[in-house]
Design a protein around this ligand. Structure first.
Ligand code: LFR
Length: 468
């Protein structure tokens, strides 16, 4: 069973093989979102764990007892624990603004270029390295008391098993893991002044963490193994890319759009850094060479501001009706990360760049979708240039892959065929690692082939006349 928790919802997905086909069933779904705790944007870790247990109980009630379970979530956020394994303060979310100015503090200790060369990880102001600097500067007593740092899925795995480790794919997003040794970069940690003893051992996806504790067994009514998936959701999603070659070009589309490919050796050149490309650690050390693009977050915020009056499908429809609206924004501009009003931020961008300001929701949606498409097309050119290869299609995977209109825009602006699906890529990738561990698949290649034939996939070809 995969428990896949994203920024807006979580789900328990039960997976199994039958007649050579990969089957899945959703057992339980719950909401997630940031909550205000003491003026900070936080995750309600306590409630999320109760939801994890509720979904597990539902498994027992419906007679679906998993052989193993693995949890994935978004990256970079962490829990600090005391010597009794208790939380020291809330789990602060990566969109909280406590990291403002922390990049400069980190670069006083270690230059940005060196950080990139050593970790391969591109600067995102919310990376764990900057969040820890915020803790050190603003609440140093927490770091002094801390016995262990666990990333969010590691923390939930610890609550299930009593065992602590940091799973590798997610650990790399801290910007504290060395790209060569694939272990904590102790020199960076020391230079930043973070306590070395709080970083647990790094474990690879596929590692068996242990069985459920007796206490948890009593609550959920069964026992099973916890097998680590790629606990970073993007790491799991990319494993489910249904490509039949060794790798391909993907956009993992959800709250974020993560666009890239997989490489055997991390690319830590100046050119890669200038293009904002990162090398996230992957299963079997396949690095995900990708760019974080602001993604459907922008349209999610607009929908929210409009009191959810329109469905995503309706917003797509309205964007299509306004496809000739000319303005474009740089979706990766910092003002879109946590704006008070996304609509105002988009209008402000258009105004300050001398473009026509969108007035209706249709025009607003058109600007957002077309600008996302434009960012995809620019990123594609950078990836093809730096990797010195050309890709013949773009795999769009994850929840955002059912946005048909955006898929078509992407095909049109890139001139490539878009292969859309599967929508539950993250849960499938999570399950895939557990299934490889369980010898249901011999390797990733066999797993991806099976995903290709097991899940619905839609093709979008470029329409020359309607594109840009
Ligand atoms: C996607 C994701 C991205 C990461 C961002 C913040 O859900 O995990 O890969 O950059 O969230 O953690």
């Amino acid at each position: 069973m995969a428990v896949d928790i994203g920024a807006s919802s979580g789900r328990h997905i039960f997976g199994w093989m039958e007649d050579g086909i990969f089957h899945m069933e959703e057992i339980y779904r719950f909401d997630n979102g940031l909550v205000n705790i003491g003026g900070r944007a936080c995750w309600d870790a306590g409630r999320l764990f109760q939801e994890i247990l509720r979904g597990m109980k539902k498994c027992r009630d419906t007679g679906r007892i998993p052989e193993s379970i693995g949890i994935d979530t978004w990256a970079v956020d962490f829990a600090l624990l005391d010597s009794d394994g208790q939380l020291l303060g809330p789990v602060v979310g990566y969109r909280d603004n406590r990291t403002a100015g922390m990049d400069a503090k980190v670069y006083e200790k270690i230059p940005e270029g060196e950080l990139y060369r050593r970790t391969g990880i591109q600067k995102q102001i919310f990376n764990t390295i900057y969040q820890l600097m915020a803790v050190k500067e603003q609440t140093p007593e927490l770091l002094e008391k801390a016995k262990t740092l666990l990333l969010v899925p590691d923390y939930f795995h610890f609550l299930l098993t009593g065992k602590m480790c940091c799973e590798y794919t997610n650990a790399t997003t801290t910007q504290l893991v060395n790209v060569q040794t694939k272990d904590w970069d102790w020199e960076i940690i020391e230079k930043c002044g973070y306590p070395k003893n709080i970083f647990p051992n790094i474990a690879q996806p596929g590692h068996v963490l242990g069985n459920l504790t007796e206490e948890i067994q009593k609550i959920v009514g069964f026992d099973c193994q916890v097998v680590l998936p790629a606990t970073h959701d993007t790491g799991s999603a990319v494993l489910a890319m249904p490509c039949r070659e060794d790798t391909g070009l993907y956009i993992s589309s959800g709250t974020w759009s993560l666009m890239g490919t997989e490489v055997k050796e991390a690319i830590c050149t100046q050119e890669a850094r200038a293009a904002n490309l990162t090398n996230e650690g992957g299963y079997e050390f396949r690095f995900r060479f990708l760019k974080n693009i602001m993604g459907l977050w922008m349209i999610q915020c607009v929908r929210h501001e409009e009191k959810d009056a329109w469905s995503f499908a309706q917003l797509c429809q309205m964007a299509e009706e306004n496809r000739d609206f000319p303005s474009r924004v740089d979706v990766n501009d910092g003002r879109f990360l946590v704006p008070e009003s996304m609509e105002e931020a988009v209008r402000d961008y258009c105004r300050s760049t001398g473009q026509e300001v969108p007035k209706t929701i249709g025009e607003m949606a058109s600007v957002i979708y077309q600008s996302l498409g434009q960012s995809y097309s620019e990123t594609l050119a950078q990836l093809e240039g730096i990797c010195q290869r050309s890709f013949d299609c773009i795999h769009i995977i994850g929840g955002g892959s059912n946005a048909d209109y955006l898929n078509q825009v992407t095909a049109n602006v890139s001139g490539k065929t878009v292969v859309a699906g599967p929508t539950e890529a993250t849960a499938i990738g999570n399950l895939l690692v557990q299934m490889i561990h369980g010898q249901i698949f011999p390797d990733l290649k066999a797993g991806r082939e099976c995903i290709f034939k097991s899940f619905p996939i839609k093709i979008f070809n470029p329409e020359q006349s309607k594109g840009e």
